[in-house]
Design a protein around this ligand. Structure first.
Ligand SMILES: [Zn+2]
Ligand SMILES: [Zn+2]
Length: 108
């Protein structure tokens, strides 16, 4: 099993939760999304991705195929999947560079 990852700015300590794969979910009868932990075999109704807002730094899960591509907190469209922040300037302090870290037992 792959190690959980997170993405951290060494300059200010800001970090985002990573995910080592898509987060699969199925819809129940009420249309609610039920996450499928450690999903291996599909098909599933959809996949969520750990996402961060580069404007307000809010972190949330989003299905980038069917959900509105905007922050659920501030409605900014300036959002990105957390793994795409790797190697980019920190959205918080704008001085550090985001690097990927692995941590055993780090839960998402
Ligand atoms: Zn936001
Ligand atoms: Zn920073």
């Amino acid at each position: 099993m792959a190690s959980p990852t997170y993405y951290e700015c060494k300059a200010c300590g800001f970090y985002t939760k990573g995910n080592f794969s898509n987060i699969a979910y199925n819809l129940n009868d009420e249309g609610e999304r039920i996450f499928v932990p450690h999903a291996r075999n599909g098909p599933f109704d959809g996949y969520m991705h750990q996402t961060v807002c580069l404007d307000c730094l809010h972190q949330f899960k989003l299905d980038h195929k069917v959900d509105d591509l905007k922050c659920i907190s501030c409605s900014s469209a300036n959002i990105v999947r957390t793994h795409l922040t790797e190697g980019k300037p920190c959205p918080k302090c704008r001085e550090g560079i985001i690097v990927m870290e692995k941590e055993e037992g780090f839960s998402i």
